[in-house]
Design a protein around this ligand. Sequence first.
Ligand code: ZN
Length: 296
Amino acid sequence: MRTLKTLLLPVALLIVQLLPAQRDWDQVQITPEKVTDNLYVLFGAGGNIGLALGEEYAYVIDDQFAQLTDKILAAIRGITDKPVRFVVNTHWHGDHVGGNENLAAQGAILVAHENVRKRMNSRTDRGDRGVSEPAPYGALSKITFSEEMTIHLGPDRSLHLMYVDPAHTDGDSYSYFPQENAIHMGDNFVDGYPFIDISSGGDIDGLIRNLNMALFIVDDQTKIIPGHGPVMGRTDLIAFRDMLSAIRTRVKQARDSGKSLEEVQAMGLTKEWDAAKGQGFIGPAQIVQFAFETAD
Ligand SMILES: [Zn+2]
């Protein structure tokens, strides 16, 4: 059955791979790519950074790691002189909020869903994953929202922050730019199998609902910035949704027939996607585990 150990151990191994201490920050390059007239994505190490140009200010979606802030700001300065006034976090993970304190110290106001602030502001014993200490006050969101928020970028342009169902974590939000026809989906959409952070309230059923919701927003021209991976489009999003939906159905069926997690993991239920999507951060055994543990 689902013991605490089977739940936590694979996740603990994954988190170790994430530890920034193992990175050589000097080797990381921040590479900007223009997405639309007023929106860029910056690739580096960690979650993709969105950079929107407003009338007076620049707006940043996620900020990777603290060690990269100088490089990130240099890359932004190569694009715009406008001050970075608002920083939005798509969720609370360290590879998306690591630059918060640095950017806030330079005058940015941190914005996120209220659960992002709550999780960053609490001490949590996460068993085999260790203890997550509260972030410094300077790294915490100063403006939080519960369902949605509109940030007005100029006379006729806006950024809509939309809280979505618990999926990757319980503090996920989409950053939608209607006039740019672009959206940053955080880690609800990645180029690979997604991480469902169960200890942060993650849930595969919520993820599939959120992907279906996103499909109501996007059209064939929409530029979709995923949490990790290259800029993608509607066709990629449909394929990602279909893949997760199929995996969820298969795993749930096997689980509900009485098989153990280990038995289900040995069934090869994800094999047609493993070569393309299961070679990165999350492998086949993990995505099966996430579905096994969270599919209702
Ligand atoms: Zn994440």
